[in-house]
Design a binder for this molecule. Sequence first.
Ligand code: GMT
Length: 379
Amino acid sequence: MRIGIVCYPTFGGSGVVATELGKALADNGHQVHFITYSQPARLDFFSENLFYHEVSVSNYPLFDYAPYELALSSKMVDVARFEKLDILHVHYAIPHASAAFMAKQILATYGIHIPVVTTLHGTDITLVGKDLTYKPVVTFSINKSDGVTAVSEDLKKATYDHFDIQREIRVIPNFIDLQRFSLKAKDHFKKAIAPFGERILVHTSNFRKVKRTQDVVHIFKQILTKVPAKLLMVGDGPERVNCEALCRELEVCEHVRFLGKQDAVEEILSVSDLFLMPSESESFGLAALEAMACKVPVISSNTGGLPELNVNGVTGFLNNVGDVDGMATNAIYILQDNQILQTFKENAIKRAKEFDLSLILPVYEKYYEEVIEKSKVAI
Ligand code: GMT
């Protein structure tokens, strides 16, 4: 199959899922064409089946806002025509689904009919998408896609709850390449962070408000009263500066390290004991799955799709959003006892195996085939 993938090229979850999916499809013999405004963060190697087409937006003094969506549609038309794509798969509805709709209409004038699959990832529905600024366009472009997937049952439900959607949405969860994530922990790295065998807690995100990163620091402060520990904060974003200030205020700086954006997150996770994800909303929680794949149990909020991944009392614990005390109590329970920690670690990896790439890739492939077949009938 010749597949066009449109996504955000950044470290965000939707971009990671799109890139890992494209790489896996290419490994499986498909020709994959990425269409984005810069090289996706994880598209870092050469493969004969992988292609990257950059969308460049030409500016003009008249534009306060350069029309990215038009440039994207034009690029989709160009790539679809000349690379003879069979399907376009867009990740994150805004603005990719409406740009794909536009491209599809233009392609039809050349007698080319290409089905579009839209994958809903999270805030494109739960936060940004339902804002009235975008809602009519998001609703329209979801209804007009030839296939729509959501990364959890909860996100599917939220889409039906918030938008007037007349079509089927298929749930295909996030996945993990367990081979990449089953690393042996680097002892020297662990020793450098926790020289006296302290427990290592970790949080990875893009430090947006929705991640409630300050809760991470509050939880950690409480953990420190019972368990010697260190906290690794991985990633960057608008909330980082507030978290750093909070660390100073709570006098925990000597135990916290802000590592910024990291490519090899698996190396950090593999030395960690517990992952903290107190998000306000989380459609799936790919970062938590990555932690679990490295044998790291998860303390998370019980919002969105997280209960579909993190099993309460088995792979970690789930608490209400903002229940810092509850999260700290559960974290201490796991960390205080070696045997309990070990059991949670084993459970975490066992659960992660249910989301292995080898299980989810064929689901996407079958879905593409199904959508292509259906759209042939519709022509
Ligand atoms: O919706 C977002 O915040 C953006 C998106 C991203 O690109 O970072 O994250 C979402 O997609 C991930 C991949 O499907 C999910 O694992 C995340 O849970 C989800 N984030 C939220 O729902 C906040």
